[in-house]
Design a protein around this ligand. Structure first.
Ligand SMILES: Nc1ncnc2c1ncn2[C@@H]1O[C@H](COP(=O)(O)OP(=O)(O)OP(=O)(O)O)[C@@H](O)[C@H]1O
Ligand SMILES: [Mg+2]
Length: 75
């Protein structure tokens, strides 16, 4: 199953929803992963933040584009 979270409007909770949904789904479906389409790579930042702090479950993120405009942190 692929769940797409997309909205052209900024700051409406796309990243928050994606990361929390993945966190919930991964406990039931171990092949859950986020496909990062955001050129700011916000989900990747959050996944890394969790790893740095030892927060489980770890969320696998596959970055789709080699183009990157890193977001300022914290988002
Ligand atoms: N359900 C919610 N209730 C209250 N605040 C929320 C909720 N979801 C997200 N937020 C807050 O709203 C802000 C924007 O969320 P988020 O970064 O997920 O949006 P976004 O759509 O991914 O933004 P961007 O367009 O910049 O990628 C964050 O400060 C986040 O903590
Ligand atoms: Mg976002």
């Amino acid at each position: 199953m692929i769940i797409s979270i997309a909205n052209p409007k900024g700051g409406v909770g796309k990243t928050t929803l994606a990361v929390n949904l993945a966190t919930t789904l991964i406990s039931k479906y171990s092949d859950t992963r986020i496909l990062e389409l955001d050129l700011q790579r916000s989900s990747s930042l959050w996944a890394g933040y969790r790893v740095e702090r030892g927060i489980t479950p770890e969320i696998p993120v596959a970055v789709v584009s080699s183009v990157c405009y890193p977001a300022h942190y914290p988002l």
